[in-house]
Design a protein around this ligand. Structure first.
Ligand code: C3B
Length: 824
């Protein structure tokens, strides 16, 4: 087949052809949605060529491959990204213009693929982008949820309302290829029997129970400046049983389709919790369904290469993205021992050379534990295997050190009632390498979370790979004006795949002309966001104000509560100023965005408080528009692409030691936004790269947090006097009246009775001081511009290309494939 041509005439012809032949539409009566779809299909055709070539190259070379197992991929929209990666955006713009459409309007028709909650899922998407760009033989595996993360509405009372995200609506999804021929059976429940195999050996066998089918859908992931195209294979559950005619004929229509519905429910919804475990049976089934289908597929591919099992670890690396796919460890052991007939030790040697585990959190409430009775019920054979893995492991530990306390501490089984399987421990024991996601976090992983494992295995098994973000989506695509200025200044777009090149901007940091261009682009991006806010929320904000943004999941540890308390403090101060004094005030727009888990009461109260405060502040003419508060509902990847380039300041203010890394911090700084942040996660490394004079840092250090909590436990919380004033104003009904004030009682109690676990009071004064410094610094436009330029210039390290290379070199031991040769 002749390759697709990228001239205007060919593109137009392809779009029209898809309108007629794929969508069955009359070309003279097309709406935006239809043209978006036809355009998407035409781009997909072009991607497909690269996809096939890449897969062929990998197949021919048959190198060691890596599989990235993640329950979440927060991809966002695909069309704009593909147009940029294929470097055809301009010609497409002209082509659709000739057809009477505006490309930017068409892009808005696409629904986000929102198959993730937050940082962890978006990180997976950034790594797939980098792996494709770098031609690594890497595939992602995930689940094809029919409902992604819920849509968030804010009602007129300021509360979060959740609506289902049925993203695969009747319009279909041009960005996936259903693989009707790639299907596997997945078993649940049943019992374990002993069977004698062909060699006369007695083996355990998992019998009975239910079975469902997993069917593959492939999502192409374009690389940049390569012919390579990556792949994420998502599994959907289907029923194995066909339509039940007997029930149908009996008139029992519900029953005739019940099995089908039940099976399909398995991959219906993404669990909407971020950094929080909810131990539901359906979730455990999702996790097993996911790893069972993925491993069957990986093994199927491995067997086609005619290698022996002992070679498996030389051909396959599997990365576990958090503990969610940890069942892959006992599952591979089961396949090798029960089905393939290997002895236990040989099998375990293979397993522990294949898997590696990324830990993304040290928060206790996020560490997965599954109740033993539940696991025994759903996965009876796996439970036995986990017991055996634990037994052999503890025997080894005991040989080295007979401290009974230690055995208890490292046991994969927690002796609670009921007993629990500690998935993080299982992941550590079954993996060859464990990594944290930023330097401080990896340190805490070693010295606290897995301390006892470090003394048993030695420190080498535990490494750090600091997170990275893709510069393609997060600068090249989201900030076209800045992209063009950088490309012009550095003399080409080599930086897009070699982000360290940004260092070259350093020498322009003091150049007044360059500063003016730079700040003008920032202003333009703020105007774009201000227009969005006006059009969607009917709030007027002045783009010349300082834009102060905190967008991320709403969580107590991220301290959006502290931010809004600081806003109230600012508001009350403004009220006290004379007209003369106000002339000196830096006007601010404080922007919030983010979803709370539906069952997270305190987080939902924070959303309500922000909206209540916004209502009062935005309607108070007496403060001369010097402060505005905006809550952007339904924060998602597409909104982030508008929000991130528009920040002057963004806040990353987690209690030290709680945010493993953060990745939005990197996105903001890459786009020339300064950070107001705590000494936590990747903020620290960002400071080291861009220079401490270009970041506003404050707050208690991680190694002091435990002491303060201890103090508070015995002596109570001493509420900061400024904070006291703020809390009183909420309690007095200044925001929403006396009835609303009582609603906030439980929220305020988290600072007082609860013991202020997240140290808001302890950090409040330093937070306000840091905010003052921000205001002062912003007044000097040239100094600010210089800082902003140096921010972007210093971000080379945080490219997902660097991070992915580190995984490839230090963990997966894989090399890029030569796609160009395959193309010949
Ligand atoms: C997040 C962490 O909270 C972030 O600090 C980190 O940057 C990202 O992972 C990526 O490493 N995280 C998450 O989104 N969901 C979890 N369940 C655990 C961590």
């Amino acid at each position: 087949m002749a390759p697709k041509k990228n001239d205007k005439a060919s593109i137009k012809k392809d779009i029209v052809q898809h309108s007629v032949e794929t969508l069955c539409r009359n070309p003279y009566n097309l709406d935006k949605l239809a043209v978006y779809q036809a355009t998407a299909y035409s781009v997909r055709d072009r991607l497909l060529e690269d996809w096939n070539m890449t897969q062929e190259a990998i197949h021919k070379e048959n190198p060691k491959r890596c599989y990235y197992l993640s329950m979440e991929f927060l991809i966002g929209r695909a069309l704009d990204n593909a147009l940029h990666c294929l470097e055809v955006k301009d010609v497409y713009k002209e082509s659709v213009k000739d057809l009477g459409f505006n490309l930017e309007d068409l892009l808005q028709q696409e629904r986000d693929a929102a198959l993730g909650n937050g940082g962890l899922g978006r990180l997976a998407a950034c790594y797939m982008d980098a792996a494709a760009t770098l031609d690594y033989p890497t595939w992602g595996y995930g689940l094809r949820y029919q409902y992604g993360i819920f849509k968030q509405l804010i009602n007129s009372d300021g509360y979060q309302i959740e609506m289902p995200d049925y993203w695969l609506d009747s319009n279909g999804n041009p960005w996936e290829f259903p693989r009707n021929d790639v299907r596997y059976e997945v078993q649940f429940y049943g019992y374990v029997a002993t069977k004698v195999n062909e060699k006369g050996e007695s083996r355990m066998s998992w019998e009975g129970g239910d079975r469902v089918q997993a069917m593959a859908y492939d999502v192409p992931i374009p690389g940049f400046d390569t012919k390579g195209c990556g792949n994420i294979r998502l599994w959907a559950s289907k029923s194995l049983k066909t339509f039940d005619f007997a029930s149908f004929n009996d008139g029992d229509y519900d029953r005739s389709v019940a099995d089908q519905k039940n099976a399909e429910n398995l991959t219906s919804v993404l669990y909407p919790n971020d950094n929080h475990l909810v131990g539901k049976e359906l979730r455990l089934k999702q996790e097993y369904f996911f790893v069972s289908a993925s491993l069957q597929d990986i093994i199927h591919r491995f067997k086609r290469s005619n290698c022996a099992w002992k070679d498996f670890p030389d051909k396959v690396a599997v990365q576990l993205n958090d503990t969610h796919p940890t069942l892959a460890i006992p599952e591979l052991q089961r396949i090798l021992v029960d089905i393939e007939g290997l002895d236990w030790d040989a099998a375990w040697d293979i397993v522990t050379r294949v898997f590696a585990f990324t830990n993304h959190t040290v928060l206790p409430e996020a560490l997965e534990c599954w109740s033993v009775p539940m696991m025994e019920h759903i996965l009876p054979r796996h439970m036995q295997i986990v017991y055996d893995i634990n037994l052999f492991f503890l025997q080894k530990v005991e040989k080295m050190n007979s401290d009974r306390g230690l055995l208890n501490r490292v046991s994969i089984i927690e002796e609670s009632n009921p007993q629990q399987v500690r998935m993080a421990y299982l992941a550590v024991v079954g993996s060859h390498t464990v990594n944290g996601v930023a330097a401080l976090h990896s340190d805490l992983v070693k010295t606290e979370l897995f301390k006892d494992f470090v003394s048993y295995y030695g420190p080498e098994k535990f490494i750090n790979i600091t997170n990275g973000i893709t510069p393609r989506r997060w600068l090249y695509q989201a900030n076209p004006d800045l992209r063009d200025l950088i490309t012009e200044t550095l003399g080409g777009n080599h930086w897009v795949t070699h982000l360290d090149d940004l260092k070259g901007l350093t020498k322009y940091a003091d150049d007044a002309d360059f500063q003016a261009k730079w700040m003008n682009i920032k202003l333009k991006n703020k105007v774009r966001l201000a227009s969005w806010i006006k059009a969607n929320l009917d709030i007027t904000v002045d783009p010349r104000s300082l834009f102060d943004i905190q967008v991320k999941r709403i969580h107590e540890y991220k301290r959006q509560f502290m931010n809004i308390l600081g806003v109230i403090y600012r508001y009350k101060n403004l009220q006290l100023l004379s007209a003369e004094e106000r002339k000196d005030v830096t006007p601010r727009v404080v922007i919030f965005g983010g979803k709370s888990a539906p069952g997270y009461y305190v987080a939902k109260m924070v959303i309500k408080l922000i909206n209540t405060v916004a209502q009062v502040v935005n309607n108070d003419d007496s403060i001369d528009g010097l402060l505005k508060v905006v809550y952007i509902p339904d924060y998602n990847v597409s909104l982030a692409e508008i929000i991130v380039p528009a920040s002057d300041i963004s806040q990353h203010i987690s209690t030290a030691g709680t945010e493993a890394a953060g990745t939005s911090n990197m996105k903001f700084v890459l786009n020339g936004g300064l950070i107001l942040g705590t000494v936590d996660g990747a903020n620290i490394e960002i400071r080291d790269e861009i220079g401490e004079e270009n970041i506003f840092m404050f707050g208690t250090l991680a190694d002091k947090v435990a002491d303060i909590r201890h103090q508070q436990k015995y002596h109570g919380v001493e509420i900061d006097p400024n904070l006291q004033v703020v809390l009183q104003s909420i309690q007095s009904g200044e925001f929403g009246g006396p009835e609303t004030a009582s609603v906030f009682g439980p929220l305020i109690n988290t600072l007082t009775y609860g013991g202020d676990y997240y140290l808001i009071s302890a950090d409040f004064e330093k937070y306000l001081d840091a905010q003052d410094k921000v205001d002062e610094t912003y007044k000097d436009t040239a100094a600010w511009a210089k800082k902003s330029i140096l921010c972007t210039a210093g971000m080379g390290f945080f490219s997902s290309d660097r991070a992915t290379r580190e995984y490839a070199d230090k963990i997966w031991n894989i090399k890029p494939v030569n796609i160009k040769e395959a193309a010949v």
